[in-house]
Design a protein around this ligand. Structure first.
Ligand SMILES: *[C@@H]1O[C@H](CO)[C@@H](O)[C@H](O)[C@H]1NC(C)=O
Ligand SMILES: *[C@@H]1O[C@H](CO)[C@@H](O)[C@H](O)[C@H]1NC(C)=O
Ligand SMILES: *[C@@H]1O[C@H](CO)[C@@H](O)[C@H](O)[C@H]1NC(C)=O
Ligand SMILES: *[C@@H]1O[C@H](CO)[C@@H](O)[C@H](O)[C@H]1NC(C)=O
Length: 382
């Protein structure tokens, strides 16, 4: 009996000691720098896509949510700083930059920006609702949906480290990028215990991409970087082929032998499907990302996709009837170009279910639906 009692006392002392050590250790592990030791409290969303694929629009669907810290294309800085280097090599610094942003660490920016003092030195900073509202912008009068013109005037001259504060205040960090041509390079981020990364792979009909590019002049430098890696002068055919190949490659990497860490972390969506039914699709994307929809936001999404916010026109290139945007290329792109891009991107069109057309008559016949079911729709991990 006595022996049993002393064993019991020893046991109690042990438990108390362990508790004391654990509790004091717990204090130490709360230090913010020990990020890898703490469970991720945020969710990070990477919108992975290519140029002119509707990603500014999809980015806004997240950006307008008050729980989101959004940056549009921060990887622009890497390509701008290193324009002579091939996209494959630049994947790595871009991955590092995005990882830092995901962790609300602005210190990765300065090497890419010559002045790097203000939030306004970040590419497309005024597209970010979080950078246009307190704490990043104390002078902002933002209420519900932000106004980028007002933001542009009021919120630029704010020190860069305010960005970190703005980011930390949100439950979700969303980054859009067109500069990854491969999924594998992102595997370390998917496996990183300090992140809870969700990838949204956004694809679009390459004929619409080409058509949209023709009226969008500022892609010369990016085209040059892509073409140069293929030993070519800046050449739109080379660029289209590379972009299409990359989308197929990413999708196949996710769907052929899917890695266990991709489970619930990769979601492919076609821009055309999204636009046909924006409210339902954004709901699905929000679910996936763990965000909640509110009625105001839903109403805004409906309005922005049905040309019901006329005063934003010009500023919001997507504040139009989105169904019309989807079909625009059929009126604008010359049939010879359609044939060319169908050849360059045949595999992409096949994989993502974009119907090929054989004549100009088919191109102009708007009752002919060019969106097919995806042949081997990959559902496993979504
Ligand atoms: C906010 O507004 C005040 C008064 O107009 C001005 O002095 C201050 O510089 C502004 N702050 C920022 C960060 O722009
Ligand atoms: C662009 O590249 C294609 C081959 O992919 C070639 O046929 C075409 O002549 C090139 N165009 C120019 C303007 O160099
Ligand atoms: C959307 O438009 C309707 C009708 O014009 C309007 O009543 C509603 O307030 C708008 N919603 C938002 C969030 O702007
Ligand atoms: C347009 O396409 C529809 C659906 O395929 C077809 O029924 C119709 O005959 C076509 N019209 C013309 C003018 O080709």
């Amino acid at each position: 009996m006595n022996r049993k009692y002393s064993i019991y006392i020893q046991y109690l002392i042990c438990v108390t000691l362990v508790l004391v050590i654990w509790l004091s250790g717990f204090q130490v592990y709360q230090v913010p720098n020990q990020r890898s030791k703490t469970k991720p409290t945020k969710t990070q969303v990477l919108i992975l896509t290519s140029w002119r694929s509707g990603s500014s629009f999809v980015g806004q669907l997240f950006n307008q949510n008050p729980d989101v810290f959004y940056l549009m294309e921060p990887a622009w800085h890497v390509w701008a700083r290193l324009p002579q280097e091939p996209p494959k090599l630049l994947h790595l610094p871009i991955r590092d930059l995005i990882r830092s942003i995901f962790l609300c660490d602005a210190s990765a920016f300065p090497p890419y920006i010559s002045k790097s003092k203000y939030i306004s030195d970040i590419f497309m900073w005024h597209e970010s609702r979080a950078l246009c509202s307190p704490p990043a912008c104390p002078n902002s009068s933002l209420t519900e949906f932000y106004n980028r013109l007002e933001c542009y005037i009021t919120c630029g001259k704010v020190p860069l480290d305010k960005m970190e504060e703005a980011c930390r205040a949100k439950s979700h960090v969303v980054v859009k990028t067109v500069r990854f041509f491969d999924l594998e390079v992102l595997y370390p981020l998917l496996k990183d215990p300090s992140l809870n990364l969700k990838i949204i792979h956004l694809v679009r009909d390459p004929r619409a991409i080409l058509s949209s590019r023709q009226t969008f002049p500022s892609l010369y430098r990016d085209d040059n970087t892509i073409s140069k890696a293929q030993n070519s002068k800046s050449n739109i055919s080379v660029v289209m082929e590379e972009i299409c190949k990359a989308q197929v490659h990413i999708y196949k990497q996710a769907s052929n032998n899917p890695q266990p860490f991709l489970k619930n972390r990769y979601f492919m969506v076609r821009f055309e499907d999204l636009v046909r039914n924006p409210v339902d699709h954004i709901r699905e994307l929000y679910d996936y990302a763990g965000l909640t929809m509110n009625p105001k936001l839903e109403s805004w999404i409906y309005n922005i996709t049905h040309d019901l916010i006329p005063n934003e026109k010009g500023f919001f290139p997507y504040s139009e009837d989105s169904m019309k945007i989807v079909q625009k290329w059929r009126e604008q792109l010359h049939f010879s170009k359609v044939k060319e891009v169908q050849e360059l991107c045949q595999q992409e069109m096949d994989v993502f279910g974009y119907r090929l057309i054989e004549s100009e008559r088919e191109q102009k016949n708007m009752t002919l639906d060019l969106l097919l079911a995806i042949p081997d729709k990959f559902e496993l991990i979504h």
